[in-house]
Design a protein around this ligand. Structure first.
Ligand code: DC
Length: 224
């Protein structure tokens, strides 16, 4: 039997950074489901589909070929055979991903792919609906959150480290808009699973967050 840990939460709460470190320490595979929505959004942008039209996005789905590979513990996203792991991080892809992820057919399209990893590996899977929809039987469910201001501040630092000039207010506005989209959509909205552990990282350092998550996993998972 494989062990699954679900980590959900809003954009910028530190899910992927924390989940990557935790999975390395526990020897699990880290699955980033947001990257899959981003790949669909990128495919739509590339083919100049109207992202605001559900029908148009749905009609493109059969032509979109996403493949997930794990190389040296890193998840790589391939779109039509091309590695798009960096390209999907662009800001315009973030907003487009938030839009396409509200479409039920897009979610169904990715569901089986996401579940297949949990059948084959011990996984830490992060997203918005992992504990509620994708892996409702996950051994441990964590809802990772932080105040919008602290998420915007971290995002600004991250961009500046990459040499990208960033405007704090614009980032904060985007975060608030994306939170609204993700929590108000009808299908699989972002919300803590009833049996999840809510961890607020606003006042925690990265190492403190990692330790807290590992502690919760160890306390609640007999297999580890
Ligand atoms: O985690 P992220 O920022 O890479 O996710 C991009 C978008 O995809 C986000 O706005 C919400 C959506 N998403 C989702 O709806 N369900 C998931 N399991 C993961 C991401």
């Amino acid at each position: 039997m494989m062990v699954s840990v679900a980590i959900d939460g809003p954009a910028g709460a530190g899910k992927s950074t924390i989940a990557k470190i935790v999975s390395q320490r526990l020897g699990f595979i880290y699955v980033d489901t947001g990257a899959m929505y981003r790949a669909i959004a990128l495919a739509c942008l590339k083919s100049r589909a109207d992202i605001t039209s559900e029908q148009e996005v749905i009609s493109r789905l059969p032509e979109i070929h996403i493949e997930i590979k794990f190389m040296g513990g890193e998840q790589k996203v391939m779109l039509d055979g091309e590695d798009v792991s960096s390209e999907i991080r662009a800001e315009k892809v973030s907003m487009a991903a938030s839009s396409v992820s509200a479409i039920p057919q897009v979610r169904t399209y990715l569901l089986e792919l996401q579940r297949s990893f949990a059948r084959s590996y011990n996984v830490i899977m992060d997203g918005r609906d992992i504990g509620t929809v994708v892996l409702p039987d996950a051994a441990v469910k964590i809802f990772l959150t932080a105040a919008p201001e602290s998420r915007a501040h971290r995002r600004k630092l991250q961009l500046e480290e990459k040499g990208v000039q960033a405007d704090y207010n614009r980032i904060l506005e985007d975060i608030i808009k994306r939170d609204y989209n993700d929590t108000h959509r009808e299908t699989a909205p972002l919300k803590p699973a009833q049996d999840s552990f809510v961890v607020d990282t606003s006042e925690l350092t990265l190492e403190e967050s990692v330790e807290k998550i590992i502690e919760i996993i160890k306390e609640n998972c007999d297999e580890i």
